[in-house]
Design a binder for this molecule. Structure first.
Ligand code: FEO
Length: 405
C-alpha cells in the first residue's frame, strides 16, 4: 500500500505501522499503538531497525518505498537490526529477507534460537550476533549495540546511531499511543507522561533493577550524554530524552508521590462505605487519592497509579470465606509485577465487610505480603459499618497518610 515515511533526522526515517484498532495487547488495555521501525541511510548500506506485527507488513513496505524515493536511492535494504523478537517487532522479518535476499540480519545471541523457532524456513540462514560495544559501519553512519537482556525480554538490545545520537531502544521508553503525530513535543506532556508511566508500570516494573544497572552501564560507555533522541518501538519519539530517562530513574527506584491508591469491590455497599471513610482520613493529611472500583476499572490503569503511590488500600467483602473473585485478578498481577523490585516498600491497608466468619481480609493480607507489600492494618466489620466503625476507617486513613510523610 502507499504510505508516507517521516524523516526524523538527516538520512533517518520512521517507517513503522500505525495500529488504530488494537484494544488489548496480552491483557494491556490500550487505544491503538504504533509499531515503530526506522531506516538509516548510510553512504554504503541501508539498515532497517525492527519490523512490525502480523497484518502490518504492507504499511511497513509502503513507508520503506517512500523513504527510498525521498532519498533518491534504489530500493535495497542491506541490514536488518532485530532489537527484540516479540511478534510486534519481528513478524515481517521473513518477508524482508525474501524481498532483499542479500540482507544481513543482526541480533543479540539470545535472540537467535527464537528467530529460528519463529521462522523454520530460516533454519540455515545466518543471523549475525552482536554484544555490548560491537558496531557496524554503514558508511558515514555507524550503529553500536548495547545488550539489554531482561529489559524486557532475554533477547532485548538497544542500537545507538553514533553520528546522530539516536538511541533505538525498542520497547524501553515506549508508550502505547496511537496518533498521527510522531514526536514528544507535538502532544500534551500530561498525556505523554501518563502513557509512558502506564507502559513502565505494566511492562518494565519487574525489570527495575536491570534498568538501573543498564542506565549506569550506558553512562559508563559514554553513550548517555551523547543521546540526542530516543526512538522507541512504540509511541512518540523523544527529542528531549532527559525527560523520559529521569522519569525512568524515578519509577525504577521507587520514587513515589504523597498518594494512596484505593482498590476495592463491594457486595451491599458496606466495603464501599469503609473505603469512602478511609479516603476522607487520607484527604485530611493532604494526600492525593486515586480510586479503582473493580467492576468498571481495569488492571493496566490501576497498576499505573500503584507505581507512584506510597500505599494502597485494598477492600473486599467476604464471599464463601474468600475475597471477591474480582480481587484475584489484581493480586495475581501484583505478584507478576513485583513492585518491591523498585525498592519502594509500599504499605497496604486491607479492609472489608463480612456476613459471618469472614476470611477475605486475612486472605488478601497474606497475598499482598507475598506480593511484597507491608501490611499497615487489617480491618473487617460485621455486615454494615456503623458510625463508630466508619470513624475508625477515617482514623486508619489518616494514620496511614501520617506514617508516610
Ligand atoms: Fe513491543 Fe516486547 O514487544
Amino acid at each position: 500500500m502507499m504510505a508516507n515515511s517521516i524523516k526524523i533526522d538527516s538520512g533517518v526515517y520512521w517507517v513503522g505501522a500505525i495500529d488504530w484498532d488494537i484494544r488489548d495487547y496480552h491483557g494491556y488495555k490500550l487505544d491503538g499503538t504504533t509499531y515503530n521501525c526506522y531506516l538509516v541511510f548510510g553512504n554504503d548500506k541501508v539498515a532497517l531497525i525492527d519490523n512490525v506485527y502480523p497484518g502490518f507488513s504492507s504499511q511497513l513496505l509502503g513507508r520503506i518505498s517512500d523513504a527510498f524515493k525521498k532519498e533518491d536511492r534504489d530500493l535495497k535494504i542491506d541490514v536488518v537490526i532485530q532489537n527484540h523478537i516479540e511478534m510486534d517487532h519481528i513478524h515481517s522479518l521473513y518477508e524482508i529477507i525474501e524481498k532483499f535476499p542479500d540482507v544481513e540480519v543482526y541480533s543479540s545471541t539470545r535472540a537467535v534460537s527464537g528467530i529460528k523457532n519463529l521462522f523454520p524456513k530460516l533454519k540455515d540462514f545466518e543471523i549475525k550476533t552482536v554484544k555490548t560495544g560491537d558496531s557496524i559501519d554503514l558508511g558515514g553512519k555507524s550503529l553500536t549495540f548495547v545488550e539489554a537482556s531482561m529489559l524486557h525480554w532475554p533477547d532485548s538490545m538497544f542500537s545507538f546511531l553514533n553520528e546522530d545520537g539516536i538511541l533505538f531502544s525498542n520497547d524501553a521508553f515506549g508508550q502505547h499511543i496511537c496518533l498521527s503525530e510522531r514526536f514528544d513535543h507535538e502532544i500534551s506532556n500530561d498525556m505523554l507522561m501518563r502513557a509512558s508511566k502506564k507502559f513502565f508500570a505494566n511492562l518494565i516494573t519487574p525489570s527495575s533493577q536491570v534498568l538501573v544497572r543498564k542506565l549506569d552501564e550506558v553512562d559508563k560507555l559514554g553513550v548517555l550524554d551523547k543521546i540526542k533522541m530516543i526512538a522507541p518501538a512504540h509511541g512518540q519519539i523523544w527529542t528531549k530524552p532527559e525527560d523520559i530517562v529521569n522519569a525512568y530513574k524515578d519509577w525504577a527506584t521507587g520514587v513515589c508521590k504523597d498518594k494512596i491508591t484505593f482498590i476495592y469491590d463491594t457486595m451491599h455497599h458496606s466495603t464501599q462505605k469503609m473505603a469512602h471513610a478511609m479516603i476522607e482520613g487520607v484527604f485530611s493529611e493532604g494526600f492525593e487519592v486515586k480510586t479503582f472500583y473493580l467492576h468498571p476499572d481495569e488492571r493496566s490503569d490501576l497498576v499505573t497509579d500503584v507505581l507512584d503511590s506510597k500505599a494502597i488500600c485494598v477492600g473486599s467483602p467476604t464471599m464463601m470465606n474468600n475475597p471477591f473473585p474480582s480481587l484475584g485478578d489484581i493480586i495475581f498481577y501484583f505478584n507478576c509485577l513485583s513492585f518491591s523490585r523498585t525498592g519502594s516498600n509500599k504499605k497496604a491497608v486491607v479492609f472489608g465487610s463480612k456476613g459471618w466468619g469472614g476470611g477475605a481480609v486475612k486472605k488478601l493480607s497474606n497475598d499482598l505480603k507475598q506480593a511484597g507489600f507491608e501490611i499497615f492494618e487489617e480491618y473487617d466489620v460485621l455486615n454494615i459499618p456503623h458510625e463508630e466503625e466508619l470513624n475508625r476507617c477515617y482514623e486508619i486513613g489518616k494514620k496511614l497518610a501520617q506514617s508516610l510523610k
